[in-house]
Design a binder for this molecule. Structure first.
Ligand code: COA
Length: 153
């Protein structure tokens, strides 16, 4: 898709919570990392159609804590574009390891992250049971564990 501009969210712009909640159903958790993170958006003819949030978790390490694309525009390569932008941005900040986590039931997200170069490095067992009030089901699978992935930059 042509005409997509990927850039930092400006201070006077509203945080695109609707998009962020597509990737993470907990508004409290979203608000927490939004307050600490770098928010980057994909702008398409005046509309914010994608977003990601990067936070510094440890020295030389960043985590992609949220990535979402408006449902109308999914499957057109925008998610990949956002991930490659996050990698570029992290490299520019001299970050050496980029991490991401997703649910055991998030099959297309697991495909996407591995296609972009992330490797599975661990499992946070029962993460979603411990930290989320509502039960999450995707692809007919209960979302229980967080699959951790990372990439050396
Ligand atoms: N098996 C293999 N590959 C798969 C797949 C599957 N089941 N499902 C998706 N993919 C691949 C696609 O084939 C594509 O790769 P390709 O270009 O090599 O074919 C890639 O994953 C998807 O790329 P893209 O079109 O860039 O993704 P997107 O713009 O739809 O964005 C999300 C991806 C996840 C950000 C978007 O779907 C979204 O917002 N989902 C809801 C929020 C969410 O779940 N966020 C992540 C939380 S961990």
């Amino acid at each position: 898709m042509k005409g997509i501009e990927i850039r930092r969210l400006m201070q006077n712009e509203e945080v695109p919570y609707e998009l962020l909640l597509l990737a993470d159903p907990s508004i409290d958790i979203v608000k927490d990392y939004v307050s600490r993170g770098e928010i980057v958006v994909a702008n398409y003819i005046g509309e914010l159609i994608g977003v990601y949030v990067l936070i510094k978790t440890r020295p030389l390490t960043m985590e992609l804590v949220n990535i979402a694309v408006n449902e109308k525009y999914q499957g057109k390569g925008i998610g990949k574009k956002l991930i490659f932008d996050a990698i570029k941005r992290a490299k520019e900040e001299n970050i050496k390891v980029l991490q991401v986590g997703t649910g055991n039931s998030s099959l297309s997200q697991l495909a996407l992250y591995q296609k972009c170069g992330f490797n599975i490095c661990g499992v946070d067992r029962d993460f979603f049971i411990k930290h989320y009030k509502e039960e999450i089901i995707e692809n007919g699978i209960r979302c229980k564990d967080m699959i951790r992935l990372e990439m050396d930059l």
